[in-house]
Design a protein around this ligand. Sequence first.
Ligand code: FE2
Length: 309
Amino acid sequence: MGFREEIKEARGIRDEAESTVTTIMHDVRMGKSLVKERMEKTVDNIVRSIFRNRDAITSLANLKRYDAYTFTHCVNVSIFSIALGRHLGLRREDLFKLGVGAILHDIGKMLIPEGLLNKPGAYNEAELSLMKQHALLGADFLSAARFIALESIHAAGEHHERYDGSGYPAGLAGETIHFFARITGIADVYDAMTSNRIYQKAIMPTDTLKFMYTRRKIHFGPELVEKFIQCMGIYPIGSLVELSNGDIGLIKSVNRSDLIHPMVSVVLDRHKRPCRRPLDIDLATENKRRIIKAVDPEIYAVTVESINP
Ligand SMILES: [Fe+2]
């Protein structure tokens, strides 16, 4: 299905998913158990949307809404995890298990006293160690539900483990961290960094990916981070970007050794007038201009044909 047709569908799925997560989280806080059907239908809908067109629901997850961070975040982590899983070639049933673990990754937070969870300012050491319990509490809660697959429980229980062993709760390292937990961890960090929160302003997706890339050996493993950047395709070949001096460029090719500094072909100048002869710039070596945002190609009616051959 095309991007435009899927986007309408995806918007409905995203809104429904947020309402499902809100209900689940409130239920858990009230001491109720997890309801299987609605949660499974929600994840299945996300998986289906990504199979029809992976860019539609992912682009919605990138267009942040700032009202209810926690619940939007759970849905976004599920969307980004499933998108990455699909990019890695996981089977549909595995994507479903991954999506369930990802959408419920922070469910353990509902078992932590609300006063602590919403405490303004920094945590002291004792509070921090209690907060860190949420991964384990979540995994225990999901195990007790009985219908949750073991892979989903791993994703929730290990999403704060880090590749170099610096994470929590168990300090697992490398491949001993469940693969689904590593995917969920990447999606969690990406969405958290690119969202506005009380104590942190949103960071541009490009800068977030750049940060994650520099930490690739420490946090998630280099291969998976590279796959995530490829998958997100923030600046895919043929898309338009605005440069810091106002020029509009088309992504001409991706530098494999430096994925967030592609080669662009400047097709419109800073006044948005067509360049007579498009100028190619390698952003890996260019230090005067950088990409500031992706722009809608329909606004400028530029096509891939404009690239300097
Ligand atoms: Fe978490």
